[in-house]
Design a protein around this ligand. Structure first.
Ligand SMILES: NC(=O)c1ccc[n+]([C@@H]2O[C@H](COP(=O)([O-])OP(=O)(O)OC[C@H]3O[C@@H](n4cnc5c(N)ncnc54)[C@H](O)[C@@H]3O)[C@@H](O)[C@H]2O)c1
Length: 388
């Protein structure tokens, strides 16, 4: 304690800090929601909204107040389908319209940072599809803004919520694999056909697909210290529903290498040129897409991390392969905003953390940089680990 601060002043200061903490804690929000429902507004009524809205509308913790899209017919269609009372053609009108607690951002990726900032400035919590912002710096500023306003922001994906992720995380912590050395993850398909933004600046296979694998591997192995990547464009021209023939500007083929603490290395392979008989809806993918190797065992996730089918393991003590956690339980990839709403009502911290989403965003940005410069990039961000 500083000499010139009296004991009384010290106690008063810490009490104030405690009160501030309580205000921004989930318990604080929970007590401000007496009817135990979070009023949400969905911005972006395209493809992914058809996955979010059914899940949200079944949640007892959610009241869907408004939908918004710059293509007003899309907002009108969703409002009709899900019985949503208000629809708006612009975020300004959404924020000035029917009151709500949390904005759910499902627009083009390049719009997320700007829209999320506007929502925070209007006093709303935010759940954002990935990425939370276009750059790590922009994302970090959003988190700081949220903190300064005693609000919360979270970003997809929700992969850390699966029971398979929890099982793999615990197996590593329990030493079932011995000393972990290496891991691999991949996710790809032949690319979205409906919207150009996936192929424009700020898009690419990393923020759309690799993001799941990066969240899983950093979630399992801990924050990355540095990365190297090669990024290429395999299909330079595409035809998409909303703009016809376009030039592909963002990478559509990436190999990313990550260095974690203790010499552990992992790699992610993602792209928009991967034939997969299960296509974009790869739920029925049964093959292993994530592998972790250690000195006493190895384990693999069957299916994608966003639609897992089980964990296959072989160890020193049990060389015959065994499958664990074949049931995903209530986990589905599109549950993020519903799970966060539940947390806001119950006051229980979710496993998903903004700091983790920001770390993944920093890796994505660094991979783009490394892809251009050919250099290894050191990272500055981190997050609370282990997650489970
Ligand atoms: N489609 C999927 O299966 C899927 C799955 C997981 C995550 N995502 C993520 O969800 C996001 C949206 O993807 P999508 O496939 O639904 O794209 P989409 O093109 O189908 O939908 C985006 C919608 O946002 C609207 N929009 C764009 N800018 C807006 C703005 N400023 N204000 C209001 N509305 C605006 C567009 O008009 C469009 O209707 C992306 O971040 C994507 O990575 C998509």
């Amino acid at each position: 304690m500083e000499k010139n601060v009296t004991r009384q002043q010290f106690l008063a200061q810490t009490a104030m800090a405690g009160a501030a903490l309580l205000l921004s804690s989930l318990e604080g929000f929970a007590s401000a929601l007496p009817d135990k429902k979070v009023k949400v507004a969905v911005i972006g009524c395209g493809s992914v909204s058809t996955q979010y809205l059914p899940h949200l509308s079944k949640s007892k913790y959610v009241e869907i107040v408004s939908v918004c899209d710059i293509i007003p017919e899309r907002a009108a269609t969703r409002a009709k389908e899900y019985n949503v009372p208000n629809q708006y053609p612009h975020i300004d009108k959404l924020l000035a319209g029917a009151p709500f607690d949390m904005m759910i951002t499902l627009t083009d990726m390049q719009e997320h940072g700007r829209l999320n900032k506007q929502a925070l400035n209007a006093g709303k919590h935010v759940w954002s599809e990935k990425p939370m912002a276009n750059t790590y710096r922009e994302g970090k500023a959003l988190l700081d803004l949220a903190k300064s306003k005693k609000l919360r922001i979270w970003g997809a994906p929700a992969v850390v919520n699966s029971p398979q992720f929890a099982y793999m995380s615990k197996a590593i912590r329990d030493g079932k694999l011995g000393r972990v050395a290496s891991a691999h993850a991949h996710y790809g398909h032949t690319g979205p056909t409906w919207s150009a933004f996936f192929y424009e600046k700020g898009g690419g296979s990393l923020p759309d697909l690799g993001v799941y694998n990066i969240a899983t591997l950093t979630g399992l192995l801990g924050p990355a210290k540095s990365i190297m990547a090669m990024t290429t464009i395999v299909t330079p021209e595409r035809t998409v529903d909303n703009k016809g023939k376009i030039k592909v500007v963002a990478e559509d083929n990436t190999q990313l290498l990550m260095e974690h603490a203790g010499g552990v290395l992992s790699n992610v392979q993602c792209g928009f040129n991967f034939f997969d008989p299960h296509g974009h809806q790869g739920k029925s993918e049964e093959n292993q897409t994530i592998q972790v190797w250690g000195t006493h065992g190895n384990m693999a996730l069957a299916g994608y991390d966003w639609a897992p089918h089980g964990v296959d393991m072989v160890t020193h003590d049990h060389e015959a392969p065994q499958r664990f956690v074949p049931d995903p339980g209530e986990y589905v990839w599109q549950q993020g905003a519903s799970v966060i709403s539940e947390s806001l009502v119950t006051g229980k911290e979710p496993l998903i953390a903004a700091e983790h989403a920001l770390h993944v965003l920093e890796i994505i940005e660094a991979a783009r940089e490394s892809g251009i410069s050919g250099k290894k990039i050191n990272l500055i961000s981190t997050f609370k680990w282990p997650v489970v």
